[in-house]
Structure formats: structure tokens, C-alpha cells
Design a protein around this ligand. Structure first.
Ligand code: SF4
Length: 447
């Protein structure tokens, strides 16, 4: 295997300053724009194959309902569905899982991890949740799952609902706090208010979830340094098991971008990238002073010996992800797929007894190697021995030029088995990962 040949630059690519439209966050590889409807049949072949020995299986269920659409949201969400439509949707998800559960790729495997994402899974009523999860457990029992994550919007949680969520087997509750200031929450279109955060968190602690994560976003519209520091202070005061911090990006399908377009603006009304990175640095610094450990470019955990994030770690090691629901993204036996991205076509296809696949891609062995390498680099450290054993490849040879560039820029070092990112490298890892992309993926649209 030869390394990718590209001209050597002597200084780091210029920091993009303003926040303009487009994706910053690298969540997968190859870029989504390379997944195609004409490759959809590849997933039908993949599910008929036996799994790679020892590869864990996860389940992701997308719940696409929210009380309001946040102005920065780029997910597929619906705010206008009544209970009959929601019921129909949940039946669709169960039908989809029923088809998959009989396929050879499951091969008796029990899910190792389960993730309810959205949208807002906590938008569902207790009855709807029980109906969904009873059906799922009958098809793919979770009793051996190491982790069951459930995303919540604080304003949808009651004492009663939280108890029910815990009883379903949820081990990791992820609270979408984003900010603690009511004005900032309001002008960014969030449905919840600060009072609901405190109430939901106190209930969740009482109920006794093994892990509670708080999500924050650095750089929401009208965020200031003073307010950000206050958000970090309040987060530390609450003492969650883990904290996840995203930097505000403005993809094309957001309300903020629609407004920018209408007003002829190229720059989003949010802090620039350098400022946002600085705010994440401040947050990590304060969290470290409070005893947290930085575990990736986006997370800090209070006690790494008992707080893990199995979903992330398994996916970044190439686990299978059986993904159900509208627009959801999965990965089975080396093939990526995404479901129909609109509600009605999704429901129609599943009601016809078909898997509602929209597009797919089967990456080459080299692309799989790149995918795992770049995703694991987001942890700040990558083991060369892991890749040697799994792919038979020495990373320092395969990515010799990219590694040298990041070294020259002061963001990376190689120490024995470990390829390590500096803190500054970690804070801007998403833009640095493009150095590891194949040339044809480097300047292509990501999503
Ligand atoms: S709660 Fe989350 S999924 Fe729902 S609109 Fe807001 S950002 Fe999007």
C-alpha cells in the first residue's frame, strides 16, 4: 500500500475565521455526498452475509419528533405529527427491525449497545416508549447490552417519564442542555428553558441513571464569553458524569442559513471558529480543574474508570450499526446506508414490506482504514498496533505525509505505539482530518 501523494505544505492550512455555511464536523467517511441511491442494493447483499467474527452489533433508532425546530438544527425532525402519525411511525420502525432481525448478518448476535437519537426520543409518551421498546426487545433482546443511550430535551421530562425510561433499561441519559441562558435558548429556537434543565437533572439523579451526560454548544447566536463561562460554571456545579461540547456549525439545511440566504449574508451571526475553539479550550480547562478528564475532541468525563461511551467507541472501531427510522444512518458488514429521508416515503416503503433504504456505499479496504483512523484520532490518540493487527497496515507508513504535516504544524507526535494529538490539534481535529482523506474526497461537498 502506498501513501497518498500530495504536495507538502510547510505551514498549517489557514484557520477559517468566520462561520460560513457548510459542515465542519466529520462524523463518517467517505463523505456522505458519495453515498448513492444506485448503490442501495449493496446493503441487501451485506445483510445476507454472516458477520465478521467478534464484531459487535449496535442498534440505533431515530425518533424524528421535536416540540420546536431549533434554528441551528440540521436533522430530519417533525414538529407537526399527531399521535396517530407517531404510532404509525413506531410501527414502521418495528417492521423494519423485524425484517433485519431474520437476516444472516444478525446471526444470533445480541445487541452490544443501543442508541435512541433524534429528534427528541423523550418527546414520546411513556406508553409509546413502552410499546416501541417491548417490540424491540422481543426481536433483538438487549439484556446483554453494555450501554443503552437515550437523548432527551429537558422540557419533555417528568418524574414519571424518567422513571419509565430507566425501567426500559436506559443506562446513559443524554440531556440536550446546550446553554443555560433563557434569552439565548429562546433566540436559537430551543423549546426548553433554564428552569426545566435544573428540574429534569434533579429528577434524573433521583431516578439513578448510571451515567448522565450534558450536551453544550459553544457559539450559539448571541453567545458571549461571559455567558459561556457561566454555562461551564453551572455545568460543573451540576456535576454530570460526562459533558459533550459541540462547536456551532451552520449546515445548508438550517433555519439560520435560510435567513442568511434571504438577507444575502455569507457569514453566520455566530462567533468565529477561533473564538469557538477558545471557548471549548476554556471549558476543558475548567472541567480539568474540577477533576474531569478530556476523553475526545468533544467530551470530558468525571471518572473514566466507570464512565465510558460504548456507542462512540464501538462505532469508531467499525462495529455494525443496525439503524432504523427515517433518514437514519447505519453500517452493516462494511456497507454504509441511509434510509429514506422523508416521512411519507419512509412509511410507504416499510408498509409495502420493503427496507426503506435511500442510498448506500461499500467503501474499499483502504477507505475503511481511513475511516477508523480518522474517527479514532478524535480521541486524541491512536494505537498503531491496533491497525497493524486489524488491517495489516503500519499507519506511520500509510499516512506518512499527513502525519509529517501535522507534526510540522505542531499538532501531532508519534510516541512508541501511540499517535498523539496535542490539545491544540485536538481542538481543531475536524479540519485536520481532511489531510488523511483520499484526494477525491478532500474538496468535495461533505454531506
Ligand atoms: S431538539 Fe435537537 S433534533 Fe430537535 S430541533 Fe432541536 S437540535 Fe434539532
Amino acid at each position: 500500500m502506498t501513501s497518498v501523494s500530495t504536495p507538502i505544505r510547510t505551514s498549517a492550512p489557514p484557520l477559517q475565521k468566520e462561520t460560513t455555511v457548510g459542515n465542519y464536523f466529520v462524523s463518517n467517511y467517505p463523505p456522505y455526498s458519495f453515498w448513492k441511491p444506485e448503490f442501495a442494493n449493496e446493503i441487501f447483499e451485506a445483510i445476507e452475509q454472516s458477520p465478521r467474527p467478534g464484531n459487535p452489533l449496535g442498534i440505533y433508532v431515530h425518533i424524528p419528533f421535536c416540540r420546536k425546530r431549533c434554528h441551528f438544527c440540521y436533522f430530519k425532525v417533525y414538529t407537526d405529527k399527531d399521535s396517530a402519525a407517531i404510532r404509525g411511525y413506531l410501527e414502521g420502525v418495528l417492521r423494519e427491525l423485524t425484517i433485519y432481525a431474520r437476516k444472516p448478518f444478525v446471526a444470533g448476535r445480541r445487541p452490544n449497545f443501543v442508541y435512541f437519537g433524534g429528534g427528541t426520543p423523550s418527546y414520546l409518551s411513556v406508553d409509546q416508549l413502552r410499546h416501541l421498546t417491548d417490540g424491540m426487545k422481543a426481536l433483538l433482546p438487549w439484556d446483554e447490552a453494555e450501554e443503552v443511550t437515550f437523548e432527551c430535551e429537558p422540557g419533555t421530562l417528568t418524574d414519571h417519564k424518567l422513571k419509565a425510561i430507566r425501567e426500559l433499561g436506559v443506562t446513559r441519559l443524554s440531556l440536550g442542555v446546550e446553554n443555560f441562558d433563557d434569552h439565548i435558548l429562546e433566540i436559537n429556537g430551543r423549546a426548553h428553558h433554564s428552569k426545566e434543565i435544573a428540574r429534569a437533572y434533579a429528577f434524573a439523579r433521583e431516578v439513578g441513571f448510571p451515567q448522565i451526560n450534558i450536551d453544550l454548544i459553544a457559539g450559539m447566536v448571541e453567545e458571549t464569553e461571559e455567558n459561556w463561562r457561566e454555562c461551564v460554571r453551572k455545568t460543573i456545579e451540576m456535576s454530570p458524569d460526562s459533558v459533550t461540547i459541540y462547536e456551532m456549525e451552520i449546515p445548508f439545511n438550517t433555519t439560520i442559513y435560510q435567513r442568511m440566504k434571504a438577507e444575502g449574508k455569507l457569514v453566520a451571526p455566530v462567533a468565529d471558529w477561533e473564538v469557538k475553539r477558545g471557548w471549548v479550550k476554556v471549558a476543558f480547562g475548567e472541567l480539568e480543574k474540577a477533576g474531569y478528564k478530556v476523553g475526545s475532541a468533544y467530551t470530558a468525563v468525571k471518572d473514566p474508570s466507570r464512565t465510558r461511551f460504548i456507542y462512540r467507541d464501538r462505532l469508531w472501531e467499525g462495529a455494525d450499526l443496525l439503524s432504523a427510522g427515517v433518514a437514519s444512518f447505519g453500517y452493516i458488514n462494511g456497507t454504509h446506508y441511509q434510509n429514506q429521508h422523508d416521512f411519507d416515503p419512509y412509511i410507504t416503503r416499510i408498509n409495502q414490506g420493503e427496507l426503506p433504504i435511500w442510498r448506500a456505499l461499500t467503501p474499499s479496504e483502504d477507505e475503511r482504514l481511513i475511516r477508523e483512523s480518522i474517527l479514532q484520532l478524535k480521541l486524541g490518540h491512536v494505537s498503531r498496533a491496533y491497525f497493524k493487527k486489524k488491517f495489516g497496515i503500519e499507519l506511520t507508513e500509510r499516512f506518512g505525509e499527513a502525519i509529517q504535516r501535522l507534526k510540522d504544524w505542531g499538532f501531532l507526535s508519534v510516541e512508541g505505539d501511540q499517535i498523539l494529538l496535542s490539545r491544540d490539534g485536538l481542538l481543531q481535529v475536524d479540519r485536520l482530518l481532511h489531510e488523511f482523506f483520499l484526494p477525491e474526497h478532500r474538496n468535495a461537498r461533505y454531506a
